[in-house]
Design a protein around this ligand. Structure first.
Ligand SMILES: [Zn+2]
Length: 364
């Protein structure tokens, strides 16, 4: 099979012919029809996670996977209702199954977890072995393509969990303002979930590219604000003109850049809640006194668990999610990783393998 693999940090992926994986009895072999390209893949290649998660080489990136079932292991039970040819998405966080987090279903924060795309096999290769428990079957009658589905397993999942945390914090609803910071891969989904799950709140997207902000608007943001080169006073006055509020009650940061987080907290209303899902930077630097005196709440939110993903897929099947997908041929992976590094991809880039790709044309 073809695979684009890492043989070390800080070097282009090697596009090569490698052996097709064999499956264990409890596994299913998934033929990858689409693999989302995540900024995390760029960071992985750049060694950002090196200290937290040392990689064995060779490694195949690609943790946003949708495809079809090629082979089913002997120990996969009938009750899993999986059949050869089924369209499936892969829930990417595989916990040890024994710790407290795993026991409550949050396998994505298991300390002993493994993930496809951070080891020998990943979505940048044509086949991936997956323990059957991590597959979600998608009914073909909903006409969702693998290209639409793959990004839902991370880009379309991570902000969903983040917005749920804001909702649980009780800071959304009518007469409230929800800010979506960043309108890249995650942000294009975040604005949609902010509208769907915020019970009538006004949703404002903040970003630095008019092209991406236009998509945020199409995806349901009530207002968009381009922050490039603007002072906080300017931004606040535009927010006020747009919404009648000078502050936001809730914010989800889909970027992770230090200055964007600072801007978000600067705009946060007393007793407001902030959730970070973006990981572009490395540090958080916010003033302590307002944080304490105004009783802010700050949530970290990581990826999503199996149930979160089931909800997202159900929403997609109900036609409730707009997809902005750019197809990338396998041969063009390295070139598109560069675009991703530069922030020049609009929506989500999705790798396809030519012959195996596409049940229907991507809606886009
Ligand atoms: Zn665990």
């Amino acid at each position: 099979m073809r695979a684009a693999r890492m043989h070390g940090y800080n070097q282009p992926l090697v596009l090569e012919e490698v052996e097709k994986p064999k499956i264990a009895p409890n596994e299913v072999l998934v033929r990858v029809e689409a693999a989302g390209m995540c900024r995390t893949d760029v960071q992985l290649i750049d060694g950002y996670f090196k200290d937290y998660l040392p990689l064995p080489f060779p490694a195949t990136p690609g943790h946003e996977i949708a495809g079809s079932i090629e082979e089913i292991g002997d120990a996969v039970p009938e009750s899993a209702k999986l059949a050869i040819g089924d369209l499936v998405v892969v829930a990417g966080a595989w916990g040890d199954g024994t710790c407290r987090q795993c026991r409550v279903g949050d396998e994505q924060i298991c300390a002993h977890g493994t993930w496809p795309g951070f080891s020998l096999y990943g979505g940048y290769g044509e086949y991936v072995p997956v323990p059957y428990r991590y597959l979600i079957r998608v009914d073909p009658k909903f006409n969702l393509t693998a290209e639409e589905l793959a990004p839902l397993t991370d880009a379309g999942l991570t902000p969903y969990r983040g917005i749920k945390k804001l909702r649980q914090a009780g800071v959304v609803g009518p007469d409230r303002v929800v800010a979506v910071l960043g309108v890249g891969g995650l942000g294009t989904y975040a604005v949609q979930y902010a509208k769907l799950l915020s019970s009538g709140a006004t949703v404002v997207a903040f970003g630095r590219s008019d092209e991406k902000l236009a998509i945020a608007k199409e995806n349901g943001a009530d207002h968009v604000i381009n922050t490039r080169g603007r002072s906080i006073t300017d931004i606040r006055s535009e927010l006020s003109n747009a919404t009648g509020h000078t502050e936001v009650d809730a914010a989800i940061d889909c970027v992770g850049a230090e200055d964007f987080i600072q801007m978000g907290f600067n705009l946060l209303a007393t007793a407001g809640a902030f959730v970070s899902v973006g990981l572009v930077g490395t540090r958080i630097n916010i003033p302590l006194f307002p944080f304490v005196a105004r009783e802010f709440t700050y949530h970290g939110s990581f990826w999503g668990n199996y149930s979160d993903l089931s909800e997202v897929i159900a929403l997609a099947q109900a036609g409730g999610i707009k997809h902005t997908v750019k197809q990338v041929a396998f041969e063009d992976i390295n070139e598109n990783l560069e675009l991703l590094r530069a922030g020049d991809i609009v929506g989500r880039a999705v790798v396809t393998f030519g012959a195996t790709a596409s049940r229907k044309a991507t809606a886009g």
